[in-house]
Write a protein that binds this ligand. Structure first.
Ligand code: NAD
Ligand code: DAU
Length: 341
């Protein structure tokens, strides 16, 4: 199987490339990535010389380029997106362009390059499309049938992309699957997201900015569990279906912060309570029973404290990676390697 992966130089994408090449030695991966601020070819430096892997520097909104690559591939796994909620609150436009228009361009390219529609599209979405859950009803979780009620511009743009993918199935009979997963953690996550931000702040002796009162709850999923689930959907999922993916690992942000502080031998004085995120969703929780029942997947790498401590250790052990990322110095690296975008 030759997979065209979009967004493979980001956090989840780079872990997915490494995971697929390790778990499926016969597979090949073409990674199409525009190398935005969060796309970093250093994430795959160890894979660059692997003959089964090819990097293509390009944008998913370039239909000719995407169609050309689809001709070579057997399936598309679509992860490229603007991914950070706070950035979408500051400026939603790049989210509309990459997430909504970009996804429709991938669909159009699939129709053009693959008129018989035999090639599968796995669209990697998010639990944020469902909106938010109350804190006082722990038994209520997002199922695949929960109404879509996105609350942030990021979530709205991902919902738009989901609906374009759904429409491609219903209108044209395209072979599509949609995955909606909870918060990922693990190595190579851009240090704007809460776990790598807090860990790298603490290493640098800074405080950690906790939004609001820290009561908001997220479900934490190790990135390799997510990669395994996406691969299962690609190989065994039913066309037209949505699959929720979760870690069974709900924590309040305050609990998460305390666990990070403990793993870093730091005290509570390192917490700085800051102004809340606008429209901050209260709780995400995933009912992942469908993917377990139908595809036999469940998380095996997400359990705390072990998985969180290993992630904290990765950032402690790899200062050269996040220091370059924080300073933007890797840009020089990719400009040398690949030229300007
Ligand atoms: P990321 O920001 O680390 O990586 C995104 C990648 O997409 C980058 O390499 C970037 O260069 C690339 N990209 C962005 N716009 C592009 C464009 N127009 N053309 C080509 N490449 C482009 O994000 P991530 O955390 O790895 O998330 C990957 C996917 O998973 C996204 O679709 C996101 O919505 C989804 N997701 C993420 C999480 C999470 O917790 N991180 C959870 C659920 C779903
Ligand atoms: O649920 C899946 C989503 O998880 C993905 O679709 C998104 O791409 C991904 O970024 C993530 O979104 P969140 O907004 O949940 O992740 P983030 O790491 O930004 O924040 C996690 C929680 O931590 C959230 O409740 C806000 C809080 N937070 C975040 C930051 C950056 C803080 O308290 N302080 C911070 O500085």
């Amino acid at each position: 199987m030759k997979i065209l992966l979009t967004g493979g130089s980001g956090f989840i994408g780079s872990n997915f490339v490494r995971f697929v090449l390790r778990e499926r030695p016969g597979y090949q991966v073409i990674n199409l990535d525009a190398l935005t601020y969060s796309g970093n070819p250093e994430n795959l430096a160890d894979i660059e010389s692997d003959e089964r892997y090819r990097f293509v520097h390009g944008d998913i909104r370039d239909i000719d380029r995407v169609a050309e690559l689809i001709e070579e591939a057997d399936a598309v796994v679509h992860m490229a997106a603007e991914s950070h909620v706070d950035r979408s609150i500051m400026d939603a436009r790049p989210f509309v362009e990459s997430n909504a228009l970009g996804t429709q361009t991938v669909i159009d390219a699939l129709r053009r390059a693959n008129p018989k529609l035999t090639k599968r599209l796995v669209h990697v979405s998010t639990d944020e499309v469902y909106g938010t859950l109350p804190l006082d009803k722990p038994e209520v979780k997002f199922t695949e049938d929960t109404p879509l009620q996105p609350n942030s511009p990021y979530a709205a743009s991902k919902t738009a992309s989901d609906l374009f993918v759904r429409a491609a199935f219903h209108t044209f009979g395209m072979d599509v699957c949609i995955t909606r997963c909870s918060n990922n953690f693990g190595p190579y996550q851009f240090p704007e997201k809460v776990i790598p931000l807090f860990v790298t702040n603490l290493i640098e002796g800074k405080k950690v900015p906790l939004y609001g009162d820290g009561r908001n709850v997220r479900d934490w999923l190790h990135v390799e569990d997510h990669c395994e689930a996406v691969l299962a959907v690609l190989e065994k999922g039913s066309a037209g279906e949505v699959y929720n993916i979760g870690g069974n690992n709900e924590r309040s942000n305050l609990e998460l912060t305390h666990s990070i502080l403990q793993a870093m031998n730091c005290g509570e004085e390192k917490i700085e309570y800051v102004k809340d995120r606008l429209g901050h969703d209260l709780r995400y929780a995933i009912d992942a029973s469908k993917i377990e029942r139908e595809l036999g997947w469940r998380p095996t790498r997400s359990a705390w404290p072990g998985a969180l401590e290993a992630t904290v250790k990765w950032y402690v052990d790899n200062p050269q990676w996040w220091q370059r990322v924080r300073s933007g110095a890797y840009r020089t690296y990719y400009e040398k390697q690949y030229g300007n975008a």
